[in-house]
Design a protein around this ligand. Structure first.
Ligand code: AHR
Length: 321
């Protein structure tokens, strides 16, 4: 169930703190934990904020309810990381009518533009980068046919939609086979469960596993270990992940995860800039993209072309960690 907490209890008499309601997706992954911590660190009482935080536990109805609760509270600003990308226009209209500016982070809202700014990552580019890296890597290694299995993130999340579309576009371009694509809900348990069923259904048929986040990759590794499937730079299966959190980058350096495409969880400092601009009567940018890097276990592919731009692949060594 969704849980609400007020991170910092405002002194009723102070009146100076900027009040913020943050409707967070949940706590499904290490990425999410980093995102929550980023917001709690930036929007602290010491920095002049009162943060009401709701963990929506991946429940879209609870997230709408949380936003309506913030309207009732009459907070100064609302931050939403939308669990799914649709179904937002009504509640965003209610925020607008109440005069409360909304800032969207990470995942996108695709059926309404009634928010001030969005801060996040280009998920489709992440999927395209994954595909273009795989093409260059497979050619360099003489892999032959690509038979891929995809463990998707949560259904309806723009992170899932973008990564799926981007990789599929490249798979279609090069004529690869995607044997199956199932949701692991961005969790370690979900990744393990899906990979266990893939290992049974496609034994000996696949040479690439794409996990749409690091926690799913951890679960998939457990499933492949149990099924006796070898993966990584010395194995039979190329294992790719997204997020690039620290434990996962260690696994890239160890050669277990073959490549990892970063998703930056540290949106809060950018959101604070947006809020400070609004406080000063300025108009913030509508879309703010954060920097991300692409990481590989081996120094085989140095650059890839994504949307016409040459982008660097970072070879993970101790210096990177
Ligand atoms: O929306 C961002 C995605 O959600 C991250 O890739 C994943 O780890 C998280 O749960």
């Amino acid at each position: 169930a969704a849980t609400a907490e007020t991170t910092d209890t405002a002194d009723a008499g102070s009146g100076d703190l900027i009040s913020i309601g943050f409707a967070q997706v949940g706590h499904e992954s290490d990425w999410r934990t980093a995102s929550t911590k980023s917001a709690q660190d930036v929007f602290s009482e010491a920095n002049g904020y009162e943060l009401s935080f709701v963990d929506c536990d991946n429940d879209s109805a609870a997230q709408l309810e949380a936003v309506r609760g913030f309207i009732q509270q009459d907070v100064d600003y609302i931050i939403i990381d939308p669990i799914v990308s649709t179904g937002w226009d009504t509640v965003l209209t209610e925020c607008e009518d109440a005069g409360i500016p909304v800032i969207v982070i990470d995942r996108t809202i695709d059926d309404s533009d009634k928010y001030v700014s969005w801060v996040g990552s280009n998920f489709k580019d992440e999927g395209l980068a994954c595909g273009e890296w795989l093409k260059a890597y497979a050619d360099a290694k003489g892999m032959g046919e690509i038979n891929a299995l995809v463990i998707e993130g949560s259904t309806g999340a723009s992170a899932t939609i973008g990564r799926t579309d981007g990789f599929k576009e490249i798979a279609d371009k090069y004529g690869w086979t995607i044997l199956d694509s199932q949701s692991g809900d961005f969790t370690e348990a979900g990744g393990q469960e899906v990979m266990e069923s893939f290992c049974q259904s496609y034994a000996g048929q696949f040479n690439v596993v794409i996990c749409q986040n690091d926690n799913e990759a951890f679960g998939a590794m457990t499933a492949m270990d149990n099924a006796g499937v070898s993966y990584g730079v010395d194995g039979d299966v190329v294992l790719v992940s997204f997020d690039a959190n620290k434990p996962a980058l260690q696994l890239v350096m160890d050669g277990k995860i073959t490549a990892n495409f970063e998703c930056n969880p540290m949106a809060a400092p950018f959101v604070e800039q947006v809020i400070q601009q609004l406080q000063a009567g300025e108009t913030p940018e509508k879309e703010i993209y954060m920097d991300e890097s692409w990481f590989a276990a081996e120094d085989i592919v140095s650059t890839i072309n994504v949307n016409g731009t040459q982008q660097e692949m970072v070879h993970v060594t101790q210096d990177v960690l």
